[in-house]
Design a binder for this molecule. Structure first.
Ligand SMILES: Nc1ncnc2c1ncn2[C@@H]1O[C@H](COP(=O)(O)OP(=O)(O)OP(=O)(O)O)[C@@H](O)[C@H]1O
Length: 418
């Protein structure tokens, strides 16, 4: 059985006022409707307490207490109940319990299903009290569009996605984290990056630079913007990718030596922007560069090695110089992304649909239980580690088709001041 609260009749308000014409009869009806409503809320709260208690017992979110008559079960006490939607109620944790106990080990969806919802969000309140919010929909299943918005500065958070408990997550590119994104063909990596870059395109203290052998994420869409001269695309001149990355390393070194006294990092400004180095399909770039004829001994360094060295330096030393790397790959295998050391530098990691072993490779053993399920994830559903949160699945926003991305960059992309 699940519980349901029937909302009051249209025109009625909790305050007791109605929207109808004034007069004795309507006041009488309003008072009666209010009484009915209050009675229904009390009955609903009573039913909810019973269901919640049973669910907690079933899931062992309870204490077993030995009394003279045998063993009795104590469950967290329910306080205020608001029928919603969404249904929310406060709960006092038992000694030794944590807010996370309600969502650990699949407890969240199980509790929510008992209470007639889809998922559960836990919001810590004061002391031992928490608020439980029963979500009606599956936030991962419901896509959400990305409005045409941009951030005014890299210090402001761009929208990353929506969690299973319905919270919208953001991330400021000025925060010291490199981003690693993996996913099979068609899993939604590019669409995610279209959304991310379009939100950053106008910020005066962000420069979107990088290498893109496909020429779709960077390149033509950015023509006429201030970012475009700092982007290299295509496979016709692979050495140009190495040159760009080496130039970025030189700029990083210049910044590191110019850090003002008593500071240990560069504060991004319009003159010294956060440099977002996008590496679209990086393993593909390395493969293509490694396939070039090797220079003879003493005649220079192979292009692939130059790219690897530059990227490892950006990853390991770039954070303090306001350099951020956004690397995309179908699979974050150490050899494919410049080594295990390079892979370890990504503080923020997102996996779109990938086989279970790839998921574990990037996110560690914590991700193992979700491996099979995530291997069949819909496009736009990603597994996320980082941001100081537990690993979780999110639905990333969808801006629309590629033409929409081009339009947004053309509209918002920062231009040189004339
Ligand atoms: N967030 C999303 N919400 C809904 N649908 C999405 C989302 N992201 C992607 N899609 C759908 O999935 C399709 C493939 O997405 P996308 O091109 O971004 O995948 P990809 O991982 O970049 O693949 P490839 O490696 O081939 O470029 C899109 O055309 C779109 O229809």
């Amino acid at each position: 059985m699940s519980i349901e609260h029937v909302p009051p009749a249209p025109g009625w308000h909790r305050s007791g006022r109605t929207r109808g014409p004034a007069g004795f009869l309507s006041r009488h009806r309003a008072r009666r409707a209010q009484r009915d409503y209050e009675t229904s809320v009390v009955a609903f709260a009573h039913a909810l307490r019973g269901e919640f208690r049973e669910a907690c017992t079933g899931l062992h979110i309870c204490h077993y207490v030995q009394v003279a008559a045998g063993i009795t079960v104590r469950t967290p006490r329910v306080g205020e109940v608001r029928p919603g939607p969404p249904l929310r109620f406060t709960v006092e944790l038992l000694p030794g319990q944590e807010p996370g106990d309600f969502t650990a080990k699949q407890n969240g969806p199980r509790l929510a299903h008992t209470l007639g919802g889809h998922g559960l969000r836990v919001e810590p309140l004061a002391g031992r009290w928490v608020r439980l919010v029963v979500l009606q929909h599956d936030p991962l299943r419901d896509g959400f569009g990305l409005p045409s918005l941009t951030v005014p500065t890299g210090a402001e958070a761009v929208i990353l996605g929506r969690t299973e408990d319905g919270i919208t997550l953001g991330h400021a590119i000025a925060d010291p984290a490199h981003l690693g994104v993996q996913g099979q063909n068609g899993s939604g990596k590019s669409a995610f990056c279209y959304g991310l870059l379009s939100q950053l395109a106008a910020a005066p203290d962000v420069l979107v630079t990088g290498s893109d052998i496909t020429g779709l994420l960077l390149g033509r869409a950015w023509d006429d913007t201030i970012h475009r001269p700092h982007q290299v695309t295509g496979t016709h001149d692979l050495a140009a990718h190495a040159v760009l990355l080496e130039d970025l390393v030189a700029e990083m070194d210049r910044r590191l030596t110019a850090i003002p006294p008593r500071q240990d990092k560069i504060e991004p400004t319009a003159e010294t922007p956060t440099v977002l180095a996008v590496l679209e399909e990086f393993p593909g770039l390395l493969r293509a560069a490694d396939a070039l004829p090797k220079p003879k001994r003493g005649e220079g360094i192979p292009v692939g090695d130059r790219i690897r060295t530059a990227v490892v330096r950006l990853l390991s030393e770039g954070r303090k110089a306001a350099f951020r790397v956004l690397m995309l790959a179908q699979r974050f295998e150490a050899t494919a992304v410049g080594g295990g050391y390079a892979r370890d530098q990504f503080a923020l990691r997102l996996s779109f649909r990938v086989p279970a072993d790839s998921l574990e490779m990037l996110h560690g053993t914590d991700a193992r239980p979700l491996g099979q399920e995530h291997a069949n994830a819909d496009p736009g559903v990603a597994y996320l580690s980082g941001l100081g949160r537990d690993c979780e699945r999110i639905r990333v926003p969808y801006l629309g088709d590629y033409a929409e991305y081009c339009d947004r960059i053309a509209t918002h992309g920062r231009r040189a001041e004339s």
